[in-house]
Design a protein around this ligand. Structure first.
Ligand SMILES: [Zn+2]
Length: 707
């Protein structure tokens, strides 16, 4: 489609008025919590020469967005800065490009966030301020891997307390901005390794002790930048790039206390083996650490993955699914394009689909304003474990969560993530069961909280090395939760050479439903031997030779080593798997392990799930209490691109039968499908409700209007 400039002419004033009507009854809510849509043309050095500012502002206004990011940067200035070493872009000339963009956005009623990048600077800055930069073990300033003219700055230096504040204060003095944002800091993906003079005083990189200092520094700088933002006006604030899913580098709970806006730099997947649910998983992380605050997920219109093309549109259906997941998981969508070559980009295919999507969404905003999640299973996300635990050789930490996640989707469970630092009784009251996928690092206090949860009737399912390390990543002699599960460590991790161990069926149990006609099922790739228990359900048949087949038979056909430990104490149900079964299921694809895991989750979760969605297909489901009532979201992942991006085509699934319990006193008067934009029949409406969503292409939202 060839879009010309006239296509972007709209009446933005009307759209902004519509947004404010939605929240007119809640004047106390700060503006950043009311945001529904966001957008950004990530500006390049060339943009002052090529980007059409009016067209840019018209486009973003036409998407009914509430705020735009405009680049100040720190690497290259987009305005006439006086801050030393803030190099002006070579196409800037005498223009005030930032100021023009800021004014154009403001004229159309959009908030403006000043975007900065504190991570890189040029050689002249290295000469003048050698103390600002990261150093390698030999003491050399660390060059950027892609453009060796740039050097990596160190967050523990005065770069962050002199240079960045100088830019922020200059912006405050010149422009009417509404907030400040830093890209690329805190660092995503990995903790820094730096040998500069400042960092020499810190604990060794990669340790929990280093992480403490890292988090102290983040909190301190965050508060400093926030105070500078507020010098402009009290409603202004500072925020930064987060994301990284479970493996976020910054302590999410500590940061959640001061963070106004959780900006997830989780832009999409490429042609690698990444499951489709990466964006929804991020939404679960945001919900776990800062309920009720703003969280946005940046969706790249550009081609994510390796290799990448920053200036070419990706598969529109992949982008659409990322928007779907953003909404379903309770975040706010954010359309992100790079550069304005030839006005708004040489590749204009990325403009119209997002506009259509955002226009659709804007018609239904009240149903995307969530009050609480309706789920009674919690999955402990184990941020510390994901950062510091070293899994057995050949294993990747993400495989544990991928395996558990897949089992939860396949079993159609509704669940939330629960951060290990949020296990107080009030945090856990709504959950009938908590799942601990190899949550190795748990403090004594966290173990006490889980014990109290079980004493109060809560159920637990844990795997492998859960609770075998404390929060400092120090290995315990026995499990921190040994008494809770009734287990005792009886050996060291046993891996697989050839044929992995088997689990012999000793007696019938609900958890073994569906395993008829066999005396054994697969075990796992690794296990931590535990002491024998009374009346075991599954026992370990140790692994043996896979090749040659002549030797492929058990040397020891029966042992009393448990392959699962199952306990019931009053209302509370407890399951411990000594094997890394969720990871082995993910790795092997074995359907027996998927069944075993789902049966076990179903058993600990109990019979009463607040929402069930039954039907064909692989789906991810969310249910929320919303501003307008309730909403049940169904994401259709039934797709050959589910495990390897990108999506090329959607494959529709048929009827999805929904049954939901309703809180006392709430009555549902209408069930509206937001994608199909039609009402559907239902039965019940108080106490509980039942209805069938006739079909789902990529995504459907059943909005339950309720007084
Ligand atoms: Zn350093």
């Amino acid at each position: 489609m060839n879009l010309n400039r006239r296509d972007f002419m709209v009446a933005p004033a009307a759209t902004i008025a519509a947004t404010s009507i939605l929240f007119a009854a809640e004047p106390a809510v700060p503006w950043q919590r009311k945001i529904r849509r966001l957008g950004q043309t990530n500006m390049t050095e060339h943009d002052p020469a090529v980007l059409d500012v009016e067209q840019w502002a018209d486009y973003w206004a036409s998407l009914k967005i509430d705020a735009v990011m405009v680049s100040v940067t720190g690497i290259l200035a987009f305005y006439q800065t006086k801050v030393p070493y803030h190099r002006k872009g070579k196409f800037l000339g005498n223009r005030d490009f930032f100021g023009e963009c800021c004014a154009a956005a403001k004229k159309r009623g959009m908030h403006v966030i000043a975007r900065m990048s504190p991570d890189l600077n040029w050689e002249d800055a290295v000469q003048a301020h050698p103390e600002w930069f990261q150093r390698d073990a030999q003491g050399n300033a660390v060059r950027h891997t892609e453009d060796p003219r740039l050097f990596r700055t160190c967050m523990f230096t005065t770069y962050m307390t002199d240079y960045m504040p100088a830019i922020m204060k200059e912006i405050n003095s010149l422009y009417d901005v509404d907030g400040m944002f830093t890209n690329a800091w805190p660092p995503l993906g990995a903790l820094p390794v730096c040998h500069c003079e400042q960092c020499k005083n810190l604990p060794p990189a990669g340790t929990v002790a280093y992480w403490d200092k890292f988090n102290e520094r983040i909190t301190w700088l965050w508060k400093l930048y926030d105070s500078i933002a507020k010098e402009k006006k009290p409603s202004n604030f500072y925020f930064a790039n987060l994301g990284g899913g479970i493996r976020s580098t910054a302590d999410l709970v500590k940061l959640g206390e001061i963070c106004e806006w959780f900006q997830c730099d989780n832009q999409g997947r490429g042609g690698d083996d990444t499951p489709i649910w990466g964006c929804a998983l991020q939404g679960r992380v945001c919900h776990a650490v800062q309920k009720g605050k703003m969280s946005t997920n940046v969706t790249a219109a550009w081609s994510t993955g390796t290799p990448r093309w920053r200036n070419v549109y990706k598969s529109p259906l992949e982008e659409q699914m990322w928007f779907d997941e953003t909404l379903a998981s309770g975040m706010v969508p954010y359309h992100h394009i790079i550069g304005g070559e030839n006005g708004m980009g040489e590749d204009r295919r990325w403009l119209e689909p997002a506009r259509k999507y955002f226009e659709w969404m804007a018609r239904h905003d009240a149903h995307f304003v969530n009050k609480r999640s309706v789920a009674n299973v919690g999955v402990v996300m184990g941020q510390r474990t994901h950062l510091f635990y070293r899994p057995p050789r050949g294993a990747l930490m993400r495989e544990y969560m991928d395996g558990m996640y897949y089992a939860l989707l396949e079993g159609r469970f509704l669940f939330d993530f629960v951060h290990e630092d949020k296990l107080a009784p009030e945090d856990l009251a709504k959950y009938s069961a908590l799942l601990l996928p190899n949550t190795a690092l748990l403090s004594d206090q966290q173990c006490r909280q889980l014990r109290a949860y079980v004493d109060a009737g809560g159920s637990l399912l844990a795997t492998f090395e859960t609770s075998l390390y404390n929060e400092r990543n120090e290995r315990r002699g026995d499990f921190g939760l040994a008494d809770v599960f009734g287990i005792r460590k009886a050996g060291e991790i046993t891996g697989t050479l050839g044929n992995a161990y088997l689990a012999r069926i000793e007696q019938p149990h609900e958890i073994l439903n569906g395993f008829s006609g066999t005396n054994w099922i697969p075990g796992a790739e690794n296990r931590l031997p535990v002491a024998p228990v009374d009346d075991p359900i599954l026992t370990v048949v140790p692994g043996f030779v896979a090749y040659p087949p002549e030797l492929s038979y058990p040397l020891q056909a029966r042992t009393n080593e448990p392959a699962i430990v199952v306990r019931q104490r009053g209302k509370s149900r407890l399951v411990y798997f000594p094997g890394d079964i969720e990871r082995t299921m993910w790795r092997s694809g074995h359907t027996d392990l998927a069944r075993l895991l789902q049966n076990a989750i179903r058993w600990v979760a109990g019979a009463t799930q607040p929402v069930t969605v039954a039907g064909d297909g692989v789906v991810e489901t969310f249910a929320w209490e919303t501003q307008a009532g309730f909403a049940v979201h169904v994401l259709n992942y039934t797709n050959p691109a589910m495990h390897r991006g990108w999506i090329r085509k959607f494959y529709p699934i048929g009827g999805q039968k929904v049954r939901m319990s309703l809180p006392q006193g709430r009555r549902v008067t209408r069930v509206e499908l937001l994608r199909a934009e039609k009402n559907i029949p239902f039965t019940g409406g108080s106490g509980s409700i039942e209805f069938t969503i006739p079909g789902v292409l990529d995504y459907e939202v059943a909005a339950l209007h309720s007084a």
